[in-house]
Design a protein around this ligand. Structure first.
Ligand code: CU
Length: 348
């Protein structure tokens, strides 16, 4: 019995989702990069709680912001397994609409909740399918165009899916308020030349209510009540040409040759003797610790990559120590011959 219960719990845990990465013009910025990665894939159930804005913990800024041009296409990747260890974009039981909102910020430390949000895209029920069903068929890929007339600056972009499988239940209190929200926010820097958009905005929380006909909606009846009404405002339609330079994504930043989600490696200090070499290796390992500690639900692939560089330092220190040849710094060619990454080497 016990085994059976845990199997049921495991399968329901697997049935949730989050955004794990973004791409611009087909180039991915990497797992978790610029993403305020949620703690887990659990749904949000309250439309009044602050967590409905950017998920639990999503009110805090992350260290990286991704570049995009006004008018460019941005793609969100949705996953059920945040680290991609299993390939399941989104559960087929999670039927409902999708939406994407943006909010201009002066700083990424600005409050996420409150006014300032405008919707740039949504999809409800079309051609016999809910948006989430199409998203599942599409491998979890959700693409939207950043309005071409946006003014330049920092923006939060918020992707949302709504799962309606428990939205209407005969069991109080779920007869209303059983809808499951999945949201993830991403930090963007929008480049634009002379955009003048003034989209009408809404407040989150406050943009919709549990009794909205598209939120308190029965997907289990003999016949769906159509047309389906998507919660929230209408999407903003660009009114002027505006537009940005076509620069494409900056990935990765030059200052950040090895990264994991929003963690960036920094140069390891140079050295001129064996002790210095081990100090540099120690610095490398300390950075690796930070990387693993900060690794979000999307995983720690980049930390493993960095760890290999640290191992390379250790091997180098042992060898140059034995050869009494650590002074005079670090020979690039020799380092490469010894299999030391050019990334770590570059910084010496
Ligand atoms: Cu779920």
């Amino acid at each position: 019995m016990r085994f059976f219960l845990s199997a049921v719990l495991a399968s329901s845990a697997a049935a949730h989702q989050m955004v794990t990465s973004i791409s611009v013009s087909g180039n991915s910025f990497g797992d978790g990069t610029c993403v305020r990665v949620p703690l887990n894939t659990d749904p949000l159930l309250s439309l009044t709680d602050k967590s409905i804005v950017c998920n639990v913990g999503g009110d805090k800024a992350v260290g990286r912001t991704c570049d995009v041009d006004a008018g460019q296409e941005i793609t969100f990747v949705w996953r059920t397994w945040p680290d991609g260890s299993r390939n399941d974009p989104i559960s087929d039981s999670h039927k409902g609409p999708c939406a994407v909102y943006m909010k201009k910020v002066g700083s990424f430390n600005d409050a996420v909740e409150g006014d300032g949000w405008f919707k740039i895209w949504h999809e409800g029920y079309e051609n016999g399918m809910f948006c989430t069903e199409r998203l599942r068929n599409n491998g979890g890929i959700m693409s939207v165009r950043v309005p071409q007339d946006l003014t330049a600056g920092g923006y939060l972009i918020r992707a949302e899916t709504l799962a309606l499988h428990q939205a209407v239940s005969t069991q109080p209190p779920q007869n209303i308020g059983g809808s499951q929200w999945y949201v993830t926010c991403v930090q963007l820097h929008v480049h634009s030349t002379g955009g003048e958009a003034r989209p009408p905005t809404v407040s989150i929380p406050g943009y919709t209510t549990p009794d909205h006909p598209g939120v308190h909606y029965d997907i289990w009846g003999h016949k769906l009540s159509l047309p389906y009404r998507i919660p929230g405002p209408e999407p903003y339609v660009p009114t002027s040409a505006g537009g940005g330079p076509r620069r494409g994504p900056v990935n990765p930043p030059k200052s950040c040759p090895v990264s994991n989600a929003n963690w960036c490696s920094r140069p390891v200090p140079g050295f001129s003797d064996e002790a210095g070499c081990y100090r540099s290796s120690g610095d490398c390992w300390a950075q690796a610790d930070t990387c693993y500690r900060e690794a979000p639900a999307t995983g720690n692939k980049g930390c493993k990559e960095w760890e290999k560089i640290c191992e390379g330092y250790n091997a180098h220190c042992a060898k140059c120590g034995a050869e009494r040849n650590c002074n005079g710094g670090f020979n690039r060619k020799r380092a490469r011959a010894r299999g030391l990454s050019s990334v770590g080497e570059e910084k010496l």
